[in-house]
Design a protein around this ligand. Structure first.
Ligand code: CA
Length: 235
């Protein structure tokens, strides 16, 4: 079982299944976790939900074009700093300028070589270290100091194991959002096929216990949504 998985998560928004498979296979071989969306609407939903460290975004998508997806990513407070690498079949300089104008960080014209793509992704991630690695997260009376790796509830220090820490960190990034066990596995553990969904329940239980301690007066901040998953929420 792989815990404390710090591999960057790359979201691939691409409607051609063959290219999507090729990209995720090669990104995973290069040490990334990947998530895939086949159109712009699904891509935007996953940007909000999974908080990827980088988005590879195709220009020509069914429905919402990549350029609109990029513009929308830049409008969202929690996603606006996420690096976006646009892919396009268009080679015109004017399109490149348009792409960069709406906030794409880099641009590759199809067909491109995989080493080139991987080099661009590495460069983008060097420029923008994952957002999740710094700062302070808060919800209700829970505070997480990411630099110090310290968690408090109502001002009192809480000790968490590395997996519970990452789980709470992930919840704190999207309070109120319900995540399925599969989504939690992908985001907190990485898409490791040897980890069972049941493992999530075990760590949720530990996290709950650590947050609530034996003080029955503290409300439970982790909500179990039947048949759906878990969320961080106030009663
Ligand atoms: Ca396409």
């Amino acid at each position: 079982m792989r815990v404390n998985d710090n591999r960057p998560l790359v979201l691939i928004v691409e409607d051609e299944p063959a290219l999507q498979t090729l990209l995720s296979y090669n990104l995973e071989a290069d040490g990334y976790r990947t998530a895939e969306a086949g159109d712009g609407v699904e891509g935007l939903a996953l940007v909000s939900k999974l908080k990827p460290d980088l988005v590879v975004l195709d220009w020509m998508l069914p429905g919402m074009p990549g350029i609109d997806v990029c513009r929308e990513i830049r409008r969202r407070p929690q996603a606006k700093d996420t690096p976006v690498l646009m892919l396009t079949a268009r080679a015109e300089e004017a399109d490149k300028v348009r792409g960069l104008n709406v906030g794409a960080d880099d641009y590759l014209t199809k067909p491109f070589s995989l080493p080139e793509l991987l080099a661009r992704i590495r460069a983008l991630l060097r420029r923008a270290p994952p957002q999740s690695q710094k700062g302070m997260l808060e919800f209700a009376d829970v505070a997480m100091d990411l630099a110090e790796r310290r968690v408090t509830r109502a001002g009192k220090g809480i000790h968490l194991g590395p997996t519970e820490f990452r789980l709470l960190q992930f919840f704190l990034q999207s309070p109120g959002t319900v995540f399925s066990r599969e989504e939690l596995l992908l985001s907190v553990w990485g898409a490791d096929i040897h980890v069972e969904a049941r493992t999530v329940d075990v760590h949720i239980r530990r996290l709950r216990l650590a947050l609530n301690g034996d003080a029955e007066a503290l409300p439970d901040l982790i909500r179990t949504v039947r048949a759906a998953g878990y969320s961080l929420a106030q009663e």
